[in-house]
Design a protein around this ligand. Structure first.
Ligand SMILES: NC(=O)c1ccc[n+]([C@@H]2O[C@H](COP(=O)([O-])OP(=O)(O)OC[C@H]3O[C@@H](n4cnc5c(N)ncnc54)[C@H](O)[C@@H]3O)[C@@H](O)[C@H]2O)c1
Length: 342
């Protein structure tokens, strides 16, 4: 009989629902336990997704020998220690983005978790989105030639109520930053994944309108290791929120991709058209109050397969850190008003 992994979720807030949804349609994994320091949240999550066990102490969850895998869905600045504790307890790990929020904590979680015979994957679900994945494949194939200019426009809207909805939100200690570290991190991950790693950055980060200590708006001018240059514009203070938009211009052509799909795909002297993208159908009822309920299906199912097949997951800890390293360099550049080499 095929192995069915017993999954646990720690942190039963907003994003736990995407993990619960993905587990509800998994073939080789099922939700077994949930844990939250707020018992009612844990109970509600267990009820909604059918977990057998409810914990309010993470240590107790980790002591449960039946737990195979833990999804870490707690505030960002707690991820590293919780991943290390899970690895020590012999549990596989699927960690929400960002994996951690400081360089020291990123170094530590990678070094410590690698000491134990467990798999760890990180959630950057947009890498599994076919419209972004085909762009990466095309740029990597060399058909568009050398990358010369690569930009990410990450203009979103979060009102003050959002920031007031959790004490950890928009704090340096637990959120690690604002518009870039929490929301923009997905697009920054995609930009480097598609266009290459950034070598240096000049940036300006500001808090324009929200009552928060971290940035709500930022711009950064980039130099990539492959010689290209580019820009990031990130905010959570523009109304209405705009689509995530990534523009990659190369020697022989350009690709522009947004949440709506591929807006431009052109190669000089070629009639190559943008690939037709068929969105996978995971048969989960849409709920407009949430992220697309399918958002975590591919990352979570891939993690389960990675454990069973004894291979790396789609996003390993080592390649999950580059977005955070770049955001930290952006913050440093803005604070010290100088170019920062990564
Ligand atoms: N992949 C995505 O698109 C995406 C989207 C939203 C959030 N996230 C990430 O998910 C994480 C959680 O975000 P959220 O919006 O769900 O936050 P949230 O505040 O809604 O939920 C966090 C939960 O963790 C619980 N918690 C705190 N400390 C705990 C502890 N020691 N043990 C057990 N539970 C504890 C809280 O009580 C709360 O219920 C963040 O790192 C965030 O960046 C990712």
């Amino acid at each position: 009989m095929e192995k069915v992994l017993k999954w646990a979720i720690v942190g039963c807030g907003v994003i736990s629902k995407s993990h619960g949804d993905a587990l509800s349609v998994a073939k080789n994994a099922k939700l077994y336990a949930v844990c939250d320091i707020i018992e009612e949240r844990a109970i509600a999550c267990a009820k909604e997704f059918g977990a057998e066990k409810v914990y309010t102490k993470y240590e107790d969850l980790l002591a449960d020998p039946d737990v195979d895998v833990v999804s870490i869905c707690t505030p960002s600045g707690m991820h590293g220690e919780m991943c290390i504790q899970a690895a020590k307890a012999g549990k596989h790990i699927l960690c929400e983005k960002p994996m951690e929020i400081t360089k020291e904590k990123l170094d530590r979680v990678i070094e410590e978790v690698e000491k134990y015979p467990v798999k760890m994957g990180c959630v950057f679900q947009r890498r599994a989105d076919p419209k972004f994945a085909v762009v990466k494949e095309a740029i990597d194939s060399g058909r568009f030639g050398k990358v010369i200019l690569a930009d990410a426009y990450l203009k979103y809207y979060r009102n003050q109520k959002y920031y007031d909805s959790g004490e950890w939100r928009a704090t340096w200690e637990l959120d690690g930053g604002g518009a870039l570290m929490n929301q923009g991190v997905h697009g920054i991950d995609l930009l480097q994944w598609m266009a290459g790693e950034v070598e240096s950055v000049f940036a300006r980060c500001e808090t324009q309108v929200r009552d928060i200590v971290v940035e709500d708006t930022a711009i950064a001018s980039l130099k990539f290791k492959n010689g290209a240059i580019g820009n990031i514009e990130g905010t959570t203070s523009v109304y209405p929120a705009q689509d995530t938009r990534i523009e990659i211009h190369c020697e022989k052509g350009s690709i522009i991709v947004s949440d709506k799909g591929i807006l431009q795909w052109a190669i000089e002297g070629s009639d190559e058209k943008a690939p037709v993208i068929e969105a996978p159908n995971f048969n989960i009822k849409a709920d407009p109050t949430r992220l697309p309920r399918t958002s975590h299906v591919i990352p979570l199912h891939d993690m389960a397969d990675a454990i069973i097949e004894d291979r790396d997951p789609l996003v390993t800890p080592r390649n999950a850190r580059s977005a955070v390293d770049l955001i930290l360099a952006i913050y440093k550049s803005s604070e010290e008003k100088r170019e920062i080499i990564l």
